[in-house]
Ligand binder design. Sequence first.
Ligand SMILES: NC(=O)C1=CN([C@@H]2O[C@H](COP(=O)(O)OP(=O)(O)OC[C@H]3O[C@@H](n4cnc5c(N)ncnc54)[C@H](OP(=O)(O)O)[C@@H]3O)[C@@H](O)[C@H]2O)C=CC1
Ligand SMILES: CC(C)=CCC[C@@H](C)[C@H]1CC[C@H]2C3=C(CC[C@]12C)[C@@]1(C)CCC(=O)C[C@@H]1CC3
Length: 345
Amino acid sequence: MATRLRPSSKRCAVIGGSGFLGRHLVERLMDRGYTVNVFDIRQAYELPGVTFHQGDLCDRQALLLALKEVSVVFHCASPAPASDDRALFQRVNIDGTRTVIQACHEAGVQKLILTSSASVVFEGTDIKNGREDLPYAKKPIDYYTETKIQQEKLVLEACSKDQGFLTVAIRPHGIFGPRDPQLVPILVDTARRGKMKFIIGDGSNLVDFTFVENVVHGHILAAEHLKADSPLCGQAYHITNDEPVRFWDFMSQILEGLGYSAPRYHLPYTLVYGIALLLWLMAVLLRPLIQIKPTFTPMRVALAGTHHYYSCARAKKDMGYQPLVPLREAIVRTVESYPHLRKGA
Ligand SMILES: NC(=O)C1=CN([C@@H]2O[C@H](COP(=O)(O)OP(=O)(O)OC[C@H]3O[C@@H](n4cnc5c(N)ncnc54)[C@H](OP(=O)(O)O)[C@@H]3O)[C@@H](O)[C@H]2O)C=CC1
Ligand SMILES: CC(C)=CCC[C@@H](C)[C@H]1CC[C@H]2C3=C(CC[C@]12C)[C@@]1(C)CCC(=O)C[C@@H]1CC3
């Protein structure tokens, strides 16, 4: 058992602090005068004043070193959804999160803020202005999301005012911004391969895309408002840009901003979904012989062709959340941050 030292309320740890969201969070916390420990499986950068602890969050002893004298823990580590590795999702998101909670108890941590996902309620069919009281998806869209559901339940159930251990879950949706290794790079790669010509469905489906700085703002507000007498204890909060946008308009703005053509031709949703399902089945059947990674998975087609946007009224009411960066400015700043992905670069 580690020796308990008195935690300072401005000393925090960011598990997953080398990742896309984690690094933005670390930078903002530093600006706000926090002392930050980063715990991550890799060290991606160096920042004066930040202490790095490299390790696997499933390793309790390694975690304990990073949580010494820490009062607030942000847990935003996860294997990438695209890794499609069931055993890894189970080990890191479920078993690892149990280890994080246990280590927090042992180190005397007072608050745990989990980065969950709005997709925990998404089953591949329309969600319009979804609130946090929607039930968890019975059939989650993929195994990553299934483990995000279990992870969120573990963290919220661990909230105990009696033990002085308070927890809250932030559910962002479609995070984007500078240094994102997913959204813009996938989009540009698809365009460069000549596959961004088609709009799935009629193109009117609304989706939340959330600028990374707004997601960070939601996390810090949650940490600062999480108190024993506050409504945040053991609750989940949607954090979005609060400006649902047509999925295909958003994609087109990013593509055109980087010099690529926007998709123009429409394909029926059911047709594309059916083809994606078929390709996915073939990939599964052929897996022992050859590894195929189709661009059009059923999950991606569902994300691209349905409405999925969420209300953040609860976050506004309980923690005074308002997005700091509007969508238009966020898109411009994102496009400008990827000069190497411009057409012809
Ligand atoms: N990006 C998005 O649109 C959304 C993300 N989220 C959630 O936000 C969080 C952050 O996502 P994002 O920043 O995009 O992801 P990243 O992959 O950029 O960051 C996650 C970080 O966690 C690290 N990590 C993975 N496994 C472990 C482990 N066992 N021990 C320690 N560190 C580990 C990763 O290392 P490595 O890269 O080597 O794996 C990476 O540095 C995640 O929980 C994700 O589920 C929720 C909704 C939307
Ligand atoms: C709102 C939300 C949850 C976004 C998450 C990010 C990714 C899942 C998307 C980022 C780029 C998207 C994309 C497609 C699907 C969803 C993304 C991967 C397509 C593969 C959908 C089918 C196409 O026609 C091409 C798209 C490329 C970009």
